[in-house]
Design a binder for this molecule. Structure first.
Ligand SMILES: [Zn+2]
Length: 125
């Protein structure tokens, strides 16, 4: 809790408890890495993999700000590098909704993309 407002030297915000990956909050079977060890992993990961992998797949360059488990821990994924990926906040939110069995967000298509043609995401290309 005392690290809630901490920032890395490279400017990446530390993971506040409220921003914890919901996958990690919900898991019960795998011991979750937390605290300083998690902060070290995040710093190393974002230094080596600065871009959101989902945005990259869709042709956008977006900084990753959230460390995600490809296979959620509560679905049996492991808390190791083979199961990590960096996502931006919107992509992480979309993935989490799918992982949790929820449908797309209101106003978005099945991929979570805004339906509104005037939405800023639809005016980038
Ligand atoms: Zn993204």
């Amino acid at each position: 809790m005392h690290e809630q407002r901490a920032y890395f030297a490279d400017g990446l915000p530390a993971l506040a408890p409220s921003m914890q990956c919901v996958h990690e909050v919900l898991h019960v079977s795998v011991e979750r890495i937390s605290g300083r060890k998690l902060q070290r992993i995040r710093k190393r990961w974002f230094f080596a993999h600065p871009l959101c992998v989902q945005c990259s797949r869709e042709g956008r360059l977006t900084l990753a700000t959230e460390l995600d488990h490809v296979v959620p821990l509560f679905k049996g994924g492991q808390d190791d590098d083979d199961n990590r990926q960096g996502l931006c906040s919107p992509c992480h939110e979309r993935k989490t909704r799918v992982d949790m069995g929820h449908g797309p967000m209101p106003g978005c298509d099945a991929n979570g993309w805004p339906i509104d043609p005037l939405h800023s995401w639809n005016r980038l290309t």
